[in-house]
Design a protein around this ligand. Structure first.
Ligand code: PLP
Length: 356
């Protein structure tokens, strides 16, 4: 039986990329070398790195004023590294607090300056941008584009004039086109939509460089990494190579507009079952619910463990919701195949027919 993962922590890899990696690992380009062994200083790695950067620039429509950094540490490290790189002593920033991940970002940032909550959500909906109370002195405004635990996603991003948005896009990076003007910094761990763990993508506008705190380790200093093209020290070479393959795959699948159309139709297929009657229910508001992190509960809590067990018996894995909110969650990252959504919708309909 085919099995599918709906894990929120990590997205699947397309089978074609797994096949390529299998031969790359043992016989890279037909040689006796492994892609895992490729030194970061080699021109072959430079070509991989440059192609990945080029594809990302093209997909996002970046300009020469944007730097792309390939870092380590994950989005969680960026919760601290963003304020450490963007706030001088005494500076303050605004945070949009909408759920678990933005709270973690806010908590980490609070060590590095005075943080204001400019808007807060209630866990089921998002504060509309026109209600945000932005401080005129804020060095940036931090927003979490997709709250993975709560299943909420901002549809639009405000341009706050001189105050740049800093966004944690880990869960929905490269799942839709975004307007670049409002953003000063975008960060995303790679393992959800862009390959494997060990790599954190950072896109930073050059006007935000140069505010770094003293004492920050060089590999986490955005200015040094921008100048060194992410080679202050050994970058995560294999994760960058995998990201390069994912970027190529995404480009050949129609780019971000096509990714957004897929995310909209795939999430709609699940939400239509959830909305159909009271057997399933979705805690997130219809206006703000995510196209990537689809949450649902069973109206009858006593059926939840049967749902989980039977789902796994049908090859549908990792559907449990985040422990902080319970219930179920299907994460529809870019590389989750359409067959996975078809299998899940068929199972949900069948389970309801039998137990409803
Ligand atoms: C998964 C996730 C994170 C955590 O990423 P790590 O790589 O584990 O640090 C942060 N923010 C959001 C929105 C996420 O979905």
């Amino acid at each position: 039986m085919t099995s599918f993962s709906f894990a929120s922590a990590q997205g699947p890899l397309p089978p074609s990329i797994l096949d390529e990696l299998q031969s790359d690992i043992r016989h890279w380009r037909g040689s006796d070398q492994s892609l895992l062994e490729l030194p970061f200083s080699a021109s072959d790695f430079e070509a991989i790195h440059a192609a990945a950067e080029q594809d990302l620039r093209h997909l996002l429509g970046l300009t020469s004023e944007h730097h792309i950094l390939f870092l380590q540490g994950g989005a969680t490290a960026l919760f601290s590294l963003a304020p450490m790189n963007l706030l001088r002593e005494g500076d303050s920033a605004d945070y949009i607090e909408t759920g678990l991940w933005s709270r973690r970002a806010l908590e980490a940032a609070s060590t590095w300056g005075d943080m204001h909550v400019a808007a807060a959500g209630d866990g089921r909906s998002l504060p509309p941008p026109q209600t945000w109370r932005i401080s005129s002195s804020a060095a940036f405004c931090h927003v979490t584009s997709n709250e993975t635990a709560e299943g909420l996603q901002f549809r639009t991003f405000p341009d706050l004039g001189g105050i740049p948005l800093v966004a944690d896009m880990t869960a929905d990076f490269l799942t839709r086109p975004i307007p670049l003007d409002p953003f000063g910094l975008i960060y995303a761990s790679a393992q959800k939509n862009l390959g494997i763990a060990g790599l954190t993508l950072v896109v930073i506008h050059e006007k935000l460089l140069g505010r770094v705190r003293k004492g920050i380790p060089a590999p986490f200093n955005f200015g040094l990494q921008a100048a060194a093209r992410s080679k202050v020290n050994t970058p995560p070479t294999f994760a960058i190579a995998v990201a390069g393959k994912m970027l190529r795959w995404l480009s050949s699948a129609g780019g971000l507009a096509a990714a957004a159309a897929r995310a909209a139709s795939r999430s709609a297929a699940l939400y239509s079952i959830i909305d159909d009657d009271a057997f399933y229910s979705g805690p997130a508001s219809k206006l703000d619910r995510s196209h990537i992190s689809i949450r649902f509960h069973l109206e009858e809590p006593g059926l939840e463990s049967a749902f989980a067990t039977e789902a796994e018996a049908n090859g549908l894995f990792h559907l449990r919701g985040h422990p902080s909110v319970g219930g179920f969650r299907a994460s529809l990252y870019n590389s989750v195949p359409q067959e996975a959504i078809d299998a899940l919708t068929a199972f949900m309909n069948d389970f309801r027919r039998r137990k409803g």
